[in-house]
Design a protein around this ligand. Structure first.
Ligand code: MRU
Length: 343
């Protein structure tokens, strides 16, 4: 099944905490369950979080048993606030919730059952748009990939992180579909292991040659001349191109620059936060220390150890060679070129 599927008021998600050893589907029929699935990373990846959140608002709207429009909107806003409180960094979450809520507000004069139908159609459209965006990112990004390239990626910016195809992995998939002989190196991506659990699984399913490495091996392979370019996804991009992505992305970008390797960010325009000037304004989620002290429930560090666990870091724009979007490739100077994409 796809990463997510909405049918008859129920949201089905592939449980990404269980992959690759177990392929479990969870069925969620309340918005509180959907908020919890985002928080606990049953679903993860900026675009997938966004579309999940959009369906969460639809589920919330369906559950509100009130005939006054004013009260309906009070309850709907409560659901929006809960869903927005789940994870702070990926702007797609806020973008998606606001888009669905604003659609409802715009149609406020209509009967409630009609408003619900309108916002369900909007969420479905967002799902479809996400797939189209990823295909477009793949098409543009493919132009940067040459025959026999080895591409390093970090975290999972694949079909699992989106509604299908992926962003960074979308570029890789499109190059593979175009018949190019390419190889992928995937960082395991400590502490949550999105690389070893999800990225390599996805690529193996598609028969795309992939090699798993530990995060601290990336510099070695770059220096050895084995990596031709790096492609990563993004959770939030500021107006000047500074990019928040999975923790460890910044280190990979610095290593890429040191070794004269192009470093590309692949993301839809909806990942650009046009309201912030630079990366300092991006909130960084700090997650539970267990993710660092334990692997699959097994303790690997002493009891009582102090831990820091930021889930994302910000890569300054000077390390980014280009941003591959669904509307085209954006090159530096980003502070001049990114604002041109605001509609
Ligand atoms: O914590 P996660 O797994 O949600 O983080 C995911 C990433 O950092 C991805 O690279 C990003 O969301 C882009 S996914 C297309």
């Amino acid at each position: 099944m796809k990463t997510l599927e909405f049918c008859n008021g129920v949201l089905k998600l592939v449980d990404q905490t269980k992959l690759p050893t177990e392929h479990k589907i969870v069925e969620l029929s309340t918005y509180e369950e959907i908020a919890d699935a985002i928080k606990t990373m049953i679903v993860r990846g900026a675009p997938a979080i966004g579309v999940t959140a959009a369906y969460g608002i639809v589920v919330a709207a369906n559950s509100i048993n009130i005939s006054s429009t004013e009260q309906f909107f009070t309850e709907l806003k409560k659901a929006c606030d809960l869903i927005k409180s789940t994870r702070p960094t990926a702007v797609n979450l806020f973008w998606a919730v606001d888009r669905v809520y604003n659609k409802a507000v715009f149609n406020m004069d209509k009967p409630i059952d009609q408003i619900i139908k309108i916002i369900e159609a909007e969420a479905c459209l967002m799902e479809k748009e996400d797939i189209d965006s990823n295909r477009a990112i793949g098409k543009f990004g493919n132009e940067l990939i040459k025959e026999n390239f080895t591409i390093l990626t970090h975290c999972n910016a694949g079909a699992l992180a989106t509604c299908d195809h992926g962003t960074a992995l979308g570029v890789i998939r499109s190059a593979h579909e175009a018949g190019k002989n390419i190889n992928v190196f995937a960082d395991e991506t400590r502490p949550y292991l999105q690389g070893s659990r999800l990225t390599v699984w996805e690529l193996m399913e598609d028969n795309i040659p992939v090699t798993l490495i530990c995060d601290n091996m990336a510099g070695h392979f770059m220096k050895e001349g084995l990596i031709d370019c790096v492609i990563v996804g993004a959770d939030r991009i500021a107006l000047n191109g500074d990019t928040a992505n999975k923790i460890g992305t910044y280190s990979v970008a610095v290593l890429a620059k040191e070794n004269n390797i192009p470093f590309y960010v692949a993301a839809p325009i909806s990942t650009i936060d046009f309201s912030i000037e630079c990366g300092d304004e991006i909130p960084i989620e700090e997650r539970n220390s267990d993710e660092v002290t334990h692997i699959k429930g097994v303790r690997i560090a002493p009891e009582g150890i102090k831990v820091r666990n930021p889930a994302f870091d910000v890569t300054p724009n000077k390390y980014i060679s280009a941003i591959i979007t669904d509307k085209g490739i954006i090159y530096p100077p980003f502070n001049e070129n990114i604002p041109k994409y605001k509609d």
